[in-house]
Design a protein around this ligand. Structure first.
Ligand code: ADP
Length: 459
């Protein structure tokens, strides 16, 4: 398998080699286009200087003079009219020069060999040690015409510098390769860690921690990955808890139905006992039926993106109807209902809101002693409406208040055993209010009562 590590190392090294080659080609072209001419002019000046220095003092020995100049790191060839040449300084690697060039210079022309020198792409002309890559100037020696060809001895002038440059280049490349190999390890390591973590999560293990403490994109990725893992774990926990809650809620009424139907089969029961057991069975099956309805409702609210079927209706009238429907329940407990319900038209899902008021008012009745009261009020605040439902019932302990809207949360499991509650009513209420873009607030004091504030946008 080609690993990411391998890929990055190879690609970076290839890029570096390619960049070096391109840089070399570009600088070579630059030499040919710009440097070559400047260089030619410089050497021309030197050649003319050599000639004029000699011609100012023509009595001196030409060989001694030119050998002296050669000692300053120049290579020279001096041709006489017969075309015979004498070398001064280090020999040229190539000495071929055509006769026409020599006679041109003998006749007084200057030969611009450096500026006109053409060579291959990969050899910098500057370093080419050939006689044609030189400057030719006319010179009079002992009254005779001569042609002097000059070029600097690059080997001697820049020998150490060339070596220094080569070492610098090779070391730069080698060290870069080494650092790329080491650095890539650090880049790739967190990705490898992430991959391993993904595999573990795929196998259902959410526990592993990702120790990536980087502040770049990979660090960001690792952080988001950790967050995602946590929320998947939370979801998984919730799912498991939900399933176990549902099973528990189904199991307990089923067990009691089973138990009482077995008892009912015995002959020695009085009619009174028989009726009592039958009513328990009826109550438990009703509880199961309401549970399954609530579960279906939650599922449908969870599933669809926008499950609301909005219509315009009067909120006050709706709440009055709910109170009317529940009249038997609050009358049975001798409860007093106080109302302040001014007509308020709202655009919302009528059926779902009906369920909200039914849940809240049923709870207020269910969790209140006989003879207590319920206060219901509608208040419009700007473009929202606030419905307050306050009871003077048993209240909710402070430590339970934050969880009251969670699915299956019941304040006191023992207290609720006799009731038909499943702990789903308030979570359905919250979900409905959320879907309408509203808010729900609970205030409660143990023994004093509970107040719910539902705020909904009017439109
Ligand atoms: P349930 O079906 O059990 O009533 P809910 O979701 O409607 O479930 O309520 C969750 C819990 O909140 C209830 O078990 C109850 O303990 C508490 N609760 C809800 N409303 C009131 C209230 N008005 N007064 C006191 N406790 C309440």
């Amino acid at each position: 398998m080609k690993t990411l590590y391998f890929r990055i190392v190879i690609q970076t090294i290839l890029i570096m080699v390619l960049a070096s080659v391109i840089a070399f080609l570009i600088s070579n072209v630059y030499y040919h286009k710009v440097q070559k001419h400047n260089n030619g002019e410089k050497i021309s000046k030197v050649a003319n200087e050599i000639v004029s220095l000699y011609e100012e003092n023509p009595d001196q020995d030409i060989d001694a003079y030119l050998n002296h100049i050669a000692g300053l790191h120049y290579q020279m060839y001096l041709f006489n009219e017969q075309g015979e040449g004498t070398l001064y300084g280090e020999p040229f690697r190539e000495t071929n020069l055509d006769r026409d060039t020599i006679s041109g210079v003998l006749n007084g022309n200057t030969y611009q060999g450096i500026a006109n020198y053409n060579n291959g792409l990969f050899i910098t002309g500057f370093f080419e040690d050939a006689l044609i890559n030189s400057i030719g100037v006319p010179m009079t020696v002992n009254g005779e015409k001569h042609a002097l060809f000059v070029r600097p001895n690059i080997e001697l002038q820049f020998g150490e510098f060339r070596f220094f440059l080569a070492v610098l280049l090779v070391l730069t490349l080698l060290l870069s390769f080494l650092f790329v190999i080491i650095n890539t390890r650090f880049i790739v390591k967190p990705i490898t860690k992430l991959t391993e973590a993904t595999k573990r999560i795929a196998d259902g293990d959410y526990s592993s921690e990702l120790n990536v403490s980087r502040s770049d994109e990979i660090g960001d990725l690792a952080q988001h990955f950790s967050k995602m893992t946590q929320s998947i774990q939370r979801l998984d926990d919730m799912r498991q808890e939900f399933v176990s809650n549902v099973s528990h809620e189904i199991q307990s009424p089923l067990a009691s139905i089973q138990g009482f139907s077995q008892t009912l089969q015995s002959e020695e029961l009085t009619k009174e006992q028989r009726n009592q057991y039958l009513s328990i069975i009826e109550k438990e099956s009703r509880r199961m039926s309401s549970l399954s309805k609530q579960l279906l409702m939650l599922a449908s609210l969870d599933k669809v993106d926008d499950p609301l079927q909005r219509s315009k209706f009067d909120l006050a009238q709706q709440i009055r109807q709910v109170l009317f429907m529940l009249e038997w329940n609050w009358r049975e407990k001798d409860m007093v209902i106080e109302m302040d319900l001014p007509s308020t038209v709202i655009s919302a899902d009528e059926k779902l809101l009906n369920q909200v008021w039914t849940n809240l008012i049923t709870n207020s009745i269910k969790y209140s002693e006989s003879g207590s009261s319920i206060n219901i009020r509608i208040k419009s605040i700007g473009s929202t409406v606030e419905v307050m439902i306050a009871d003077t019932g048993i209240g909710i302990p402070e430590e339970d208040l934050p969880y009251i809207l969670d699915r299956f949360y019941k304040v006191d499991k023992v207290r609720n055993r006799s009731e038909t509650g499943s702990g789903l009513g308030l979570s359905i209420t919250k979900k409905t209010v959320d879907l309408h873009g509203g808010t729900i607030e609970v205030q409660s004091e143990l023994g004093k009562g509970t107040t719910f504030y539902i705020r909904l946008p009017l439109m």
